[in-house]
Design a protein around this ligand. Structure first.
Ligand code: FEO
Ligand code: CA
Ligand code: CA
Length: 705
């Protein structure tokens, strides 16, 4: 144990952490969500450098207060992020209005967190602070498209599921439909299915009736659901029948158009799509973002698990590429899908896996639109993507590759964003992600004495570079063409020596300061010899959060500074850091996954893995990231037993929080005949979206006060 004097006089004790098994999750979750990624070696076998021979860590408060000129530079360019997303004037079928016409006025920027935090618990319920209430907005199996039947657990069908709300809700976003913000569209990702909880007597993927497999497939993708405000409260409910004009299910048979330099590439052509331009379906959609032009971005994450092989893969180049993405190369199955649709058999269609692992863009305002997969943003296990606008108007998308020891990326568009609300402006902006430069991040610490000694400056911080993979339409990677860089992005990035991170999840720019926050959820495989200043803890089972500041406050910059703002875990553990705030005053958190901001500029975090690492149920937390309250993290809610918390989303008026309860009742040994959870309606557990609002509003009723 050691101690260090913090930058502002605080003493912090330092202690290495204990080891964990599945990174905080049940074995069941690992199997169905990540395809047992934790059980395999990390796919990044490149020889990029590590630093380290010592486990001690140190941290002090950064004391960063971003106001004035630096913030103002970004406000003009980047204020159209998820918080203030414009509803496009050109949207169909009706004419939504921009947020400047919404009421009420968003809350005062920088206000402190005021609610009494929710305590640790293992309850089979959503728990919110006093003065708040919650309701289930929509749950797995609820009707989405017209004609969808009501949910019937023991009589599921493909036809029903294709029109009902899918399984395992993840990313959540709400976009306005009218000037009073009384109507809105909800987008929700359906990341994956827990087949063992969906079907009574589930026999496993090798033996399951292909009809069950097709139901499971149909439960993937996403949903658009029209919402209505309940009275004058912060509560939202699905629109009544007859007012569901925007409702839509996107699923594994929905047609997507490939865009960008890898569209039509030999690596994405298949027997069913010899042009390599049209893909059926989207898979494992994890997190996402709302673009300034009012569309949804959604990340295809652990797509590898859906591909089986009826024969060994022998082509050496294919084997190398599959290995880097965790795709099966020996005969066998993952989810059994090749038994229901032969395109998921890599022995039959070796390029089909190359058509997944992209960022997809969906226009929730146009139920007839063809969603797109943007190859210019690279192919990896995309957690999500969030857009900011650079000083010169180019669109910048920040992205994490969620795998142990993988990388952080950004895309910079070739064309510039048009800050207008006309139909032509929107059509132009919807092309921005089809062409541009792609970069991968290299982080360098500024305390060369670490590891070995605590950082003398008391900070885990330093500088960084965005290393170009594609620039001005040219490959910047020796021996690889542009389409190869985009389709096999992990292999291309390996050649440039970026920094191996502790599972980069959400990467999201702050809407005012432009600081980009990165949730690094955990990495139980990092050894003491592999720690470095940006990933300073071995066996990092609690995770951390990093902020990066682009040079010149310009999102298109190719260099930046970075600093760690949160080292999660039991606050009494001396290895943790809560922004320098008094740790006796904070709620404990681990495994930060999804990130959002509210109109007051506060950072919201949803967790995945609290129960397996710290004990209590997962939840949703808020933490100011500016001013004296920086690091004052409080738990806003907890989700039911076995669930992870996804989303989260704070509406642009600051009055409503939404989040997803993903895989309630997930745990070893759970089944429909022996459920661990009955959330939300009694009976079988059903992944759900939950709305939270204030019942005892202050003068404005804002969430988080
Ligand atoms: Fe699907 Fe990275 O969480
Ligand atoms: Ca340092
Ligand atoms: Ca996630």
């Amino acid at each position: 144990m050691s101690e260090i004097e913090g930058g502002e006089g605080r003493r912090r004790r330092l202690l290495p952490l204990l080891t964990s098994g599945h990174g905080g999750r049940s074995a069941m979750t690992c199997k169905y969500r990540c395809g047992d990624a934790c059980s395999h070696p990390a796919p990044n076998a490149s020889d990029n450098e590590y630093f380290g021979d010592m486990v001690s860590t140190a941290m002090s408060r950064r004391g960063l207060l971003r106001t004035g000129a630096a913030a103002a530079v970004v406000v003009g360019a980047g204020s159209t992020s998820a918080l203030t997303t414009a509803a496009p004037a050109a949207a169909r079928p009706s004419g939504p209005k921009p947020p400047s016409q919404l009421r009420p006025t968003p809350p005062e920027y920088g206000r402190p967190v005021g609610f009494t935090p929710v305590g640790d618990n293992g309850l089979d319920s959503v728990v919110v602070p006093n003065g708040y209430d919650w309701s289930v907005t929509i749950a797995w199996g609820d009707p989405v498209e017209d004609g969808a039947p009501e949910f019937d657990f023991d009589n599921q069908s493909v036809d029903a599921q294709l029109r009902q709300f899918g399984y395992n809700a993840d990313f959540v976003a709400v976009l306005p439909l009218d000037r009073n913000f009384d109507r809105a569209v909800l987008w929700v990702n359906h990341e994956y299915t827990n087949d063992e909880l969906m079907f009574r007597g589930w026999p496993g993927p090798e033996a399951a009736d292909p009809e069950l497999l097709r139901i499971s497939m149909a439960a993937h993708g996403g949903s658009v659901v029209e919402l209505e405000r309940v009275g004058d409260t912060g509560e939202w409910k699905p629109a009544t029948r007859g007012r569901r004009r925007y409702n839509r299910r996107v699923h594994t048979n929905t047609e997507f158009r490939l865009t960008g330099a890898a569209a039509g590439s030999e690596h994405v052509r298949t027997g069913a799509d010899p042009d390599g331009t049209t893909v059926l379906g989207t898979l494992n959609n994890c997190a996402g973002g709302v673009t300034p032009w009012g569309t949804i971005l959604s990340g295809e994450e652990n797509f590898h698990q859906y591909f089986g092989a009826t024969a060994d893969v022998t082509d050496s180049a294919t084997v190398e590429r599959y290995n880097r993405y965790g795709i099966r190369t020996s005969a066998g199955t993952g989810r059994g899908w090749e038994r229901a649709d032969e395109r998921f058999d890599v022995a039959n269609e070796p390029n089909e896996p190359n058509r997944f692992g992209w960022v997809v863009e969906v226009d929730p305002y146009d139920p007839d639109s063809t969603p797109r997969k943007h190859t210019a943003l690279g192919r990896f296990k995309h957690e999500g993507a969030n857009v900011n606008i650079a000083a010169d108007g180019r669109a910048v998308a920040y992205m994490g590759d969620d795998e142990r020891f993988d990388y952080v990326y950004k895309f910079v568009s070739r064309k510039k964003y048009r800050d207008g609300n006309s139909k032509r402006d929107r059509e132009h902006n919807m092309t921005l992600l089809e062409d541009g430069d792609l970069y991968v991040a290299k982080f360098t610490g500024n305390s060369p004495e670490f590891p070995g000694n605590p950082p003398a400056d008391g900070l885990f911080d330093g500088t960084g570079e965005w290393l170009p993979l594609v620039k001005d339409g040219e490959s910047m990677v020796d021996g690889m063409t542009v389409d190869e860089v985009l389709v096999f992005t992990r292999l291309a990035a390996d050649k440039l020596g970026p920094t191996k991170m502790d599972r980069p999840e959400d990467v999201e720019p702050h809407p005012v300061t432009g600081t980009v926050y990165i949730a690094l959820t955990n990495n139980n495989r990092r050894t003491p010899g592999q720690i470095d200043e940006p990933n300073p803890r071995p066996d990092n089972k609690f995770g951390h959060v990093m902020g990066i500041d682009e040079d010149g406050a310009d999102a298109a910059a190719t260099s930046f500074t970075w600093h760690i703002v949160l080292l999660a875990g039991d606050p009494e553990n001396p290895d943790t850091y809560y922004g320098g705030f008094d740790k006796s005053q904070v709620s404990q958190i681990s495994c930060p996954d999804n990130v959002a901001f509210d109109p007051a500029g506060r950072l919201w975090l949803a967790t995945d893995g609290m129960s397996g690492s710290l004990g209590p149920n997962d939840g949703m937390f808020v933490m100011p990231v500016e001013g004296e309250d920086t690091g004052h993290l409080r738990r806003f809610l907890s989700v039911p037993v076995g669930a992870e918390c996804c989303g989260p989303f704070i509406t642009p008026d600051g009055r409503t929080a939404l989040m997803a309860v993903q895989h309630p009742g997930d745990g070893d040994g759970a089944s429909p005949d022996s459920p661990l959870s009955t959330f939300p309606y009694g009976g079988q557990p059903r992944p759900s979206v939950v709305t939270v609002w204030r019942t005892v509003p202050d003068e404005d009723g804002y969430i988080g006060d």
